[in-house]
Design a protein around this ligand. Structure first.
Ligand SMILES: Nc1ncnc2c1ncn2[C@@H]1O[C@H](COP(=O)(O)OP(=O)(O)OP(=O)(O)O)[C@@H](O)[C@H]1O
Ligand SMILES: [Mg+2]
Length: 254
């Protein structure tokens, strides 16, 4: 297989006496969805926060683009091409859909801006905001106030804001949470369409969606990796079936 674009090695995060992420290693590849699954409190969001720089690891390394991201600020990591969506939506409800996206697009290019003239820099930012809204299917809602969007549309907007930063790596923390089947289907299709050009880490509890899009799966329990492999390897793993997957997605239906 080609070289991974991101390689997390022996990452740990301790909160006082609790080890939320314990010696976790994981690789992400462009063209692949790597699903991170596991029960509530397993450490999935904490691991995402370590990769995105929202939290500093207690130990370990994150190799990406020739540098170690461990300990870098979230802003720097975003500039380097890692984008993330949050488990709880992180949008400005009083602003329009387009404005939310434009602010996200701006945040990525602060440094590069200085070399542009004023007019062209706004064109660039606006174009990226428009493209991101189109990619997620929200172009027709661009002037709506974010608070007026349905829950599903707000999740779509969150992904658009992530795309507006033009990331190579997308970290999606439960993008389907609280969605109905139709909205979920739209996001699953969106994730599929983004896969060729991105490395995607998808945290999701909906196993139908996970098995529909994932190329690799990592199962976390109690902060540790219980198993990692292709969907059929993970399905066939008896420990995983007992600890997490249960009958429905276990070896029986492979
Ligand atoms: N900032 C924090 N301070 C202290 N403990 C935390 C903090 N963030 C998370 N934890 C704890 O770390 C553990 C892992 O939490 P985390 O949110 O990463 O789990 P998760 O796998 O994302 O769960 P869920 O599926 O419910 O979103 C939990 O026991 C949680 O209470
Ligand atoms: Mg979580």
């Amino acid at each position: 297989m080609a070289e991974p674009i991101l390689r997390a090695v022996n990452l740990s995060k301790r909160f006082g006496g609790l080890t939320a992420v314990n010696d976790v290693s994981l690789e992400l590849h462009v063209g692949q969805v790597h699903a991170l699954i596991g029960p509530n409190g397993a450490g999935k969001s904490t691991l995402t926060n370590l990769l995105s720089g929202d939290l500093k690891p207690s130990a370990g390394h994150i190799h990406y683009a020739g540098v170690d991201l461990a300990g870098m600020s979230a802003e720097r990591i975003s500039h380097l091409g890692l984008g993330r969506s949050y488990q709880k939506t992180n949008i400005f409800l009083a602003f329009s859909v387009f404005e939310n996206c434009r602010l996200a697009a701006q945040s990525r290019r602060q440094r590069a801006w200085r070399i542009f003239r004023k007019a062209s820099r706004f064109e660039d930012v606006n174009a990226r905001a428009r493209a991101a809204l189109e990619a997620v299917g929200l172009a027709s809602r661009r002037d709506a106030i974010a608070a007026a969007l349905s829950h599903g549309e707000q999740r779509q907007l969150e992904i658009a804001m992530c795309l507006a930063t033009e990331p190579q790596v997308l970290l999606l923390d439960e993008p389907l949470a609280g969605m109905g089947p139709q909205e979920s289907g739209t996001i699953v299709e969106l994730i599929r369409s983004l896969t060729a050009a991105h490395a995607i880490m998808l945290i999701e509890h909906d196993m139908d969606a996970v098995f529909a899009v994932a190329h690799r799966l990592t199962v976390m329990v109690n902060g540790e990796v219980l198993a990692s492999g292709t969907p059929s390897e993970v399905r066939a793993n008896e420990v995983v079936q007992q600890a997490y997957l249960g009958e429905e997605h276990g070896a029986g239906d492979v």
